[in-house]
Design a protein around this ligand. Structure first.
Ligand SMILES: *Cc1c(COP(=O)(O)O)cnc(C)c1O
Length: 454
């Protein structure tokens, strides 16, 4: 057993749950949560604990930590102390009870869902998902006997109709990439709860500064921390946050992984031992899926992600304002057919954005280049627009300090079938932008020259 101290690793992190965290603001939590200088050096910034293992005070101490009777660091595959600060801080910002940080967003989605659904069980997911998540669901999960049905996320009847007795989770993104569709989180949460299963939300594009899905009924939140949480395009990472709202004890037979004796910690069920603190799922993910599969977050990346978090509200406010300015410029540009940004009047998700994104709209959105009437000529035009940009860089990523462009149909979403692309609202003329922190006037000038020369 290489569990790292679940009491710390998955520490309660609601704003009111510790004296130091009582009703502090978002900006205070993003800078201070989870770290109290306590090393002999009194380092005010969270140190990079670059160590594989931890010295035990005695054999009894080691035995207690291995059995999860006592809190303590054990082995860095499950967690390192820099990562524990990151976990507690993200959990606080999302309003959760526990978090598990891993090596990538892809790993976060995988371990969160593996902890909920096993061979023979089923997941219902939105069809408007990140391409890598679609690959995971329809290939790897399918090979492992976990079936996933995809539905239009705005069709409540489709969600309800897809649910089976074996369904163990509903999954969607709060704001989709690349077309910025805004999910009615509460609607889908109500459908999940009526079926007795949790709603898992990928909140990568919005971040907890623009939306806290847990406040709208989501039970588990996942992130690619590689994107806005880190924010500088330097470090891969992912995190699963348990909001602590889902009662796995209400139908114990449905969740044996939490409600039956857990072989790795003799004599307990995870739900009895950790359920009341909202940490049972996080302990399961750490002590089983991260332990067995090994997608561990390094101390250095944990540090980089913490640095990013400290400016999350400042960056997201700037990203959102600049993206809206760019979207307004593109809207009505003669070389642009449509701009998929829910801050524009007439966008189908403008109302949802007012409800779910009152602080601003994420900076990942897309536009369709005006059609020439011929598919091959349209594609050539898309190539000229993308290749004609100089400040805006052609990159697979999103959520960087730099502004980025991508062509979903031939890049991030190239594994999708034509029908899946259409269902996700992506055309061959769709160009995705991730607006960074540069001066928006410079970005607008760059887009204008590339479009005009196309
Ligand atoms: C990038 C991304 C992921 C995958 O995250 P990685 O850190 O690249 O593994 C998952 N979901 C969304 C919405 C993403 O943008």
């Amino acid at each position: 057993m290489t569990a790292t101290n679940p009491d710390r690793a998955a520490a309660p992190a609601t704003s009111s749950s510790t004296p130091s965290g009582a009703s502090r603001g978002f900006a205070t939590e993003q800078v201070r949560r989870g770290y109290t200088p306590g090393t002999p050096q009194n380092a005010v910034a969270t140190p990079i604990y670059q160590t594989t293992a931890y010295e035990f005070a005695s054999l009894q101490d080691a035995a207690d930590i291995f059995a999860l009777r006592k809190a303590g660091n054990l082995y860095s595959r499950a967690a390192n102390p820099t990562q524990l600060v990151f976990e507690e801080r993200v959990s606080a910002l999302e309003g959760g009870t526990a978090a598990v940080a891993v090596a990538s967003g892809q790993a976060a989605v995988a371990v969160a869902l593996l902890a909920l659904a096993k061979n023979g069980e089923h997941i219902v997911a939105a069809q408007q998902l990140y391409g890598g998540t679609v690959d995971l669901f329809q290939e790897t999960f399918a090979e492992w006997g976990i079936e996933v049905d995809f539905v239009d996320q705005d069709d409540p009847q489709a969600w309800r109709a897809a649910i089976r007795p074996t369904t163990r989770a509903l999954f969607a993104e709060s704001v989709t990439n690349p077309t910025a569709q805004v999910l009615d989180v509460q609607l889908v949460a109500d459908i999940a709860h009526a079926a007795g299963v949790p709603l898992v939300i990928d909140n990568t594009v919005a971040t907890p500064y623009l939306q806290r899905p847990g406040a709208h009924g989501a039970d588990i939140v996942v992130h690619s921390a590689t994107k806005y949480l880190g924010g500088h395009g330097t470090s891969m990472g992912g995190v699963v946050v348990d909001i602590g709202s889902f009662d796995f004890g209400a139908e114990p037979d449905r969740w044996p992984q939490l409600t039956r004796p857990y072989a790795r910690i003799p004599g307990v069920t995870l739900w009895e031992r950790f359920g009341a603190d909202g940490q049972a799922l996080a302990v399961l993910i750490k002590t089983k899926y991260v332990h067995d599969l090994g997608p561990s977050l390094s101390p250095f990346n944990s540090f980089q992600l913490l640095q990013g978090l400290e400016t999350l509200d400042l960056r997201m406010g700037r990203h959102a304002a600049s993206a809206l300015a760019v979207a307004r410029f593109l809207d009505g540009h003669p070389d642009v057919a449509v701009v998929h940004h829910p801050g524009l009047e007439g966008n189908p998700w403008a109302d949802a954005a007012r409800t779910y994104l009152p602080q601003g709209i994420p900076a990942v959105f897309s536009f369709d280049v005006a059609s020439t009437g011929d598919a091959a000529a349209d594609l050539a035009r898309v190539h000229r627009v993308v290749d004609g940009l100089s400040l805006v860089k052609l990159v697979a990523n999103i959520g960087d300090a730099r502004s980025l462009v991508a062509h979903p149909a031939s890049m991030t979403h190239s594994h999708l079938s034509p029908a899946q692309l259409a269902d996700a609202g992506i055309s061959p003329r769709t160009v995705r932008l991730s607006i960074g922190l540069e001066d928006p006037a410079d970005l607008i000038a760059d887009l204008d020259q590339a479009l005009r020369r196309s």
